[in-house]
Design a protein around this ligand. Sequence first.
Ligand SMILES: NC(=O)c1ccc[n+]([C@@H]2O[C@H](COP(=O)([O-])OP(=O)(O)OC[C@H]3O[C@@H](n4cnc5c(N)ncnc54)[C@H](OP(=O)(O)O)[C@@H]3O)[C@@H](O)[C@H]2O)c1
Length: 249
Amino acid sequence: MILLLAGTTEARNLAGHLAQSGLRTIASLAGVTQNPIDYPVETRIGGFGGEVGFLDYVRSAGVTAVIDATHPFATRITERTARLCQEHDIPYLRYERAPWRSRQGDTWHDATSYEALSDMIPEGATVFLATGRQSLEDIGPLLSGRRLICRVVDEPSEPFPYEGEWLVGRPPFSEAEEMKILEAFRPDWLVVKNAGGGGRGKLDAARNLGISVAMIARPPAPDGVDRREQLLDALEWAEMQGMKTGAMI
Ligand SMILES: NC(=O)c1ccc[n+]([C@@H]2O[C@H](COP(=O)([O-])OP(=O)(O)OC[C@H]3O[C@@H](n4cnc5c(N)ncnc54)[C@H](OP(=O)(O)O)[C@@H]3O)[C@@H](O)[C@H]2O)c1
């Protein structure tokens, strides 16, 4: 049984290929998004309950290999899973999309941490945060004196805690959709995590509209683990594991 740590578009796409290849797979979601889009494989939802819970789960579900396709900024689950798999001899693959690279005409400013944003973005600016809800509590206090628009997937139950507003929207967004959104809010800055993958539309829209981008660099990835950036390479790895462990249906 392959355990696919999920929560990204890449994970959902890979799940489809794993199912087609006849590899027994269970996708795991953290449970942070309400009504997540269905996966084409069996799915479990919610944290494992720490290290012990994860190892218990691996044993009881008969997990023979782990593919970690969580978001590049989901650092805790990745660090822990890579480490536990190494310690317990469980084959582990980090499947992580390549970071975005700037194109001609982009106005990107690299931020190595959230703290760098307060020096980078002047007071009085309007700032569109495409960094997700969880990052607002870290970024919000650093950007006081700026007007913030924070895009979130689920309708918030609480009022916006800073100067500014929520914007509810579920990705993916095309470049044309991002143009409309950015034209409506006219931010001076767009703050983005360098997630890579298909969410580039906002970056292309920002370039077209002359909006400055604060690009938050990825946190360091675990050392010494198998990694793949391409779906077919990750699938090939899974098929190899399936052959070794008999994880085929
Ligand atoms: N961070 C982002 O910017 C971002 C963006 C888009 C999507 N996501 C997705 O949202 C999820 C949570 O992100 P995060 O940054 O809060 O993660 P995190 O800080 O790395 O992990 C926090 C805790 O969430 C649980 N968890 C995380 N991913 C899980 C999964 N796939 N299946 C089961 N439990 C999981 C684990 O709980 P236990 O200790 O109880 O096992 C983990 O200790 C991830 O799966 C990620 O792919 C994150």
